[in-house]
Design a protein around this ligand. Structure first.
Ligand code: ADP
Ligand code: MG
Length: 311
């Protein structure tokens, strides 16, 4: 007989008592109980992944568990919040124990890496749907918002752009040397928590790049009521992404491909020396609305939008 709901929760998800001091009661009662330190705000975010929309049935469940949590922690990173707790709502078509074992290993493994406790959730049957709510803290008034970019700020990113996009192309049949690192970026993004924390008091505005740099930067531009020009030659690209662009001519890819989960932020020029290692300045905030891309002196207006459900 398949595992009952409560046994399933116990076996795969209720493995540890909460470790973080803010989590005073975890899985097992009607609610979890959290206590926040004084003068801090609670940052809360939710992301859902649906089979055949965000992933396919044959995805590696361990990587899926990792990615589901990573995309949620990435939103906390983008606010400059420090994660401490998550909840997990699972809708499963059936109880497949080896699938659950691997999924839980990916999810719990990443949670432990960031000292985040799984403090509750819900388990139901239906089409495979995975929802996480992630919680973090930020000192009162110090969160990094999308709405605070200022004209003259430099636009910077963490890490490299386009690796996840290349990973997707590899999954779709594009052949390249050493595909492993691009595939890892697509399947197992690393939330930039440490960088987000380091950017408190330095960055004016911040967002995580889930839908591609152009689409996500556009949210900063709209909410800050400014424009921007990106310098294409400054984009941090891996050798594989550069090769891909050389072979295909698809120079837009690192601007429009999603799933990198790097941070894009704006920073006054005087703070650039204080940036965490691995950040690169790729453009400047301007008063003129819209997004422009400068390619070796040729400036063009960039129109691409991110992925939108229902359209
Ligand atoms: P209730 O019916 O009171 O909502 P449930 O029976 O849904 O409670 O859940 C029992 C306990 O197990 C609760 O503490 C809940 O947060 C936790 N829980 C349920 N599903 C999950 C899950 N997938 N991951 C983590 N905790 C879960
Ligand atoms: Mg319930």
């Amino acid at each position: 007989m398949a595992l009952a709901e409560f046994d399933l929760i116990k076996r795969y998800f209720a493995l540890h008592k909460p470790q973080h001091p803010f989590n005073q009661l975890g899985i097992g009662d009607d609610c979890a109980l959290l206590s926040l330190p004084a003068n801090h705000q609670l940052a809360v975010t939710t992301d859902t992944m649906v089979e055949n929309v965000h992933f396919f049935a044959d995805v590696d469940p361990q990587q899926l568990g990792h990615k589901l949590l990573a995309v949620n922690l990435s939103d906390l990173a983008a606010m400059g919040a420090e994660p401490f707790a998550v909840t997990l709502a699972l809708t499963l078509p059936k109880v497949d124990e080896s699938w659950l074992q691997a999924f839980a290993a990916g999810f719990i493994g990443l949670a432990q890496q960031f000292h985040v406790d799984l403090i509750g959730g819900d388990t139901t049957s239906g089409p495979l749907t995975l929802t996480v709510q992630a919680m973090g803290t930020v000192p009162q008034g110090r969160a990094l918002l999308r709405s605070e970019a200022k004209v003259g700020d430099l636009i910077c990113v963490t890490g490299e752009l386009g690796n996840a996009g290349l990973g997707l192309k590899i999954n779709q049949g594009y052949a390249c040397n050493d595909p492993e690192s691009a595939l890892a970026r697509f399947n197992q993004p690393q939330p930039r928590i440490a960088e987000g924390l380091a950017l408190r008091g330095i960055a004016n505005a911040c967002i995580d790049i889930s839908d591609g740099l152009a689409a996500d930067l556009r949210h900063i531009l709209q909410q800050s009521q400014v424009g921007a020009c990106l310098d294409w030659q400054q984009l941090p690209l891996s050798a594989q992404v550069s090769d891909y662009i050389e072979q295909t001519g698809d120079w837009r890819m690192p601007l429009i491909a999603g799933d990198d989960y790097e941070l894009c932020f704006t920073v006054p020029a005087e703070f650039v020396p204080k940036l965490p290692v691995g950040c690169q300045c790729v453009g400047v905030i301007e008063a003129e609305p819209g997004l422009r891309v400068d390619r070796a002196g040729m400036i063009e207006v960039f129109e691409a939008k991110g992925f939108e459900h229902f359209s």
